[in-house]
Design a protein around this ligand. Structure first.
Ligand code: PRX
Length: 634
């Protein structure tokens, strides 16, 4: 039986075991679960190909491990507590039994609508319980869910549906976000004009706004569920059968469909959830992420529910009705573990202490952060004002591709240091390499972060493009998984993540490929070319700064008009999260003689640093830099 780590020496002991004999270590963790058939081989791998297989030959269903395995002891325990957008409205609590009934019923709905094992189902929904029900129902029948964050535009949704060739879309009429009501179904309708693969759409009524329902294609959730049996036998899945696809941005423009499989992901998310957050029986755990991102998949739904936890999901936003909303929720539901993003902490910190000071937060035991580096000021504010100096902060580093947390303190066990993710979890073998790929051993080193040995939760491929999978993660440094992050290991051996070293920017904890944003900007009829870089932003961590070259610009041109229409264009093509914070219209971009844009220079200008551009000898026209500097100072 797998143990929960309780002490620092226990951590070192487990870590050692996991490195000396990883197969034995993970097999032991896997014994917690219900396997229809035990695996023949714990790990088979080759990072050159690459091929990663965990628990090969094992048969299981992840929902049987959430429900059937645990029901005997957890029948009446809350699985999901749903806190609605409006604090005046009633929430919903679903016990493990109630959630199970709904999942089985919706699994039958999927089957009756011709969805079979291996089919892809796209979910484009707000944070309502039906999102969890739908994703678990997919897992129950072996359909692969592809959840698309409901803030993405119809174009972005269409790209993802087409790439996955989804047969079914599950959506809602609209969504509440703070005082706004945003359309969902009409975005789906627009997207589906381009998607031939979709046969049906199931729509949950949430806002009650008027929407179009296409006869024969669109069905209301409540109607389609009516009278459907709640008896359902789980599909038996192979450990390596895909569980879900989740699209994420990379350094090229097309989003990547990260594929996670069943057995390894199950073992890893549950193991890391229990140990990092030190969840105890009866605790209420609240992760404020959206299920449209990996944090919601792994640490609202799968990790907590596989561990028998009570997981709170929140429909709204942290600043409505006021900046005390998170703390009201903590107080109301007596939350014990709270997990959020640094950007939310910074935004709330900027609103002032009055929103947190008068709240009863004594239930809190553990605080967590994820998604981007946390600056020391935000760390201390979180620690002092929210945690009242008594809750450990777990700064958890991981990625969509890693499936679960890789480097993080274990709450109350690992001594923390502000802005350090601290130490690798058991089973994780990070290494730091220099640009040539040489491993930098010992402490006090800085370089690029790679992982040299597989862990069960890691992605296995990019949907439909294994070549790109190899190219993206395994070709930069031979034989290693390359994370794309820069890192420092300090004198104590603690890891501090420094941020992306590739063409990815991290805006409010969301990954944005610069090429993706540039392509959206270039769609504007006036734009000839553009270059996008990140720059330090007080709340978002990084903001998006775009330099655009436009045609037919003279003194009489309204640059503000062009800038606004570029922003609207990006909004429509990707979504509000990709909208540039700043756009500077310039007459040219700094390029090398071979035509490559010198982003290094643009990054400096964007951050207001006009000194020392390094080696500029390859610049085609130094005058371009002068002009951009002048304009950026205006
Ligand atoms: O740069 C790292 C940053 O977020 C990236 C992964 O983004 P995504 O796949 O969207 O997943 C976010 C949620 C897991 C990483 O490459 N990142 C994530 N967590 C941290 C972080 N940077 C610093 N500290 C963290 N704790």
């Amino acid at each position: 039986m797998a143990v929960k780590i309780k002490t620092l020496s226990g951590y070192f002991h487990e870590y050692q075991k996991s490195i000396v004999n990883p197969e034995q270590f993970w097999q032991q963790q896997a014994e917690d679960f219900f396997w229809r058939k035990k695996c023949d081989c714990v790990l088979d791998w080759d990072f050159e190909e690459p091929r990663i297989e965990w628990f090969k030959g094992g048969k299981l269903n992840i929902t049987e491990n959430i429900f059937e395995r645990q029901l005997f002891t957890r029948k009446n325990q809350a699985a999901i507590i749903w806190e609605p957008n409006n604090p005046e409205d009633d929430g919903v609590t679903l016990t493990y039994t109630q959630l199970f009934e709904k999942v089985k019923q919706f699994a039958n709905v999927l089957l009756q609508n011709n969805i079979k094992k291996g089919d892809r189902v796209a979910l484009y929904m707000p944070m309502i319980p039906e999102l969890v029900i739908a994703m678990l129902a997919c897992a129950r029948i072996g359909a692969i869910h592809s959840i698309v964050f409901a803030g993405f535009s119809s174009n972005a949704l269409a790209d993802r549906i087409i790439d996955a060739q989804a047969k079914l879309v599950i959506a809602s009429d609209g969504a509440f976000r703070g005082k706004k009501s945003i359309p969902i179904k009409s975005v789906v309708d627009e997207a589906l004009k381009k998607c031939d693969s979709v046969e049906k759409v199931i729509v949950k009524k949430r806002t009650g706004e008027a929407i179009q329902m296409k006869e024969g294609r669109d069905f209301w959730w409540d109607e389609i569920c009516e009278g459907v049996s709640t008896e359902n036998e789980a599909e038996v899945m192979d450990a390596e059968d895909p569980l879900f696809i989740l699209y994420t941005s990379g350094s090229t423009d097309k989003p990547k469909g990260v594929v996670h499989t069943t057995g390894g992901y199950m073992v890893y998310t549950s193991y890391t959830f229990r140990n990092v957050f030190q969840y105890s029986e009866g605790d209420v755990y609240f992760c404020s992420a959206d299920i449209g991102w990996v944090t919601g998949h792994s640490y609202i739904v799968y990790g907590p529910l596989l561990s028998g936890a009570t997981s709170l999901m929140f429909e709204g936003i942290p600043t409505w009705p006021d900046a005390g909303r998170f703390w009201d929720i903590v107080e109301k539901h007596k939350v014990n573990q709270f997990y959020t993003a640094p950007t939310a902490i910074r935004a709330l910190m900027a609103e002032g202490n009055q929103f947190v000071e008068n709240k009863v937060l004594k239930s809190l035991k553990v605080l967590g952060t994820v998604g981007e580096p946390i600056n020391e000021e935000a760390w201390h504010w979180y620690h002092d004002h929210v945690g009242k100096n008594r809750c450990p902060i777990v700064d958890t580093w991981w990625q969509t591709e890693t499936g679960g947390i890789l480097i993080s303190p274990m709450a109350g066990i690992t001594p923390t240091k502000p802005s350090y993710a601290t130490l690798p979890l058991p089973g994780i073998q990070p290494i730091i390499v220099d640009p040539e790929g040489n491993e930098l051993k010992g402490n006090s080193v800085e370089g690029n972060l790679c992982i040299k040995f597989p862990w069960p939760g890691m992605t296995r491929t990019l949907y439909g493009d294994h070549k790109r999978f190899r190219q993206t993660y395994f070709s930069t440094y031979n034989g290693y998984y390359f994370t794309g992050d820069g890192v420092k290991r300090d004198e104590d051996g603690y890891y501090r993540i420094l941020g992306r070293v590739d063409d990815v920017i991290n805006v409010s904890g969301h990954r944005m490929g610069t090429a993706e944003v540039e392509n959206a900007i270039n769609e504007h009829p006036r734009v000839v070319e553009s270059a996008v870089v990140g720059y330090p932003h007080d709340i978002k961590g990084q903001g998006i700064f775009a330099f655009a070259v436009c045609n037919d610009v003279d003194e009489s041109t309204s640059l503000e008009g062009i800038i606004q229409s570029i922003k609207i264009g990006v909004n429509n093509i990707i979504g509000p999260i990709a909208r540039p914070d700043k756009i500077l219209i310039v007459s040219d971009l700094p390029k090398t003689r071979s035509g490559k844009i010198m982003r290094r220079i643009l990054r400096k200008i964007a951050s207001g640093d006009y000194s020392n551009f390094g080696d500029t000898s390859t610049l085609l026209d130094p005058g371009v830099v002068e002009e951009i500097i002048e304009k950026s100072k205006l």
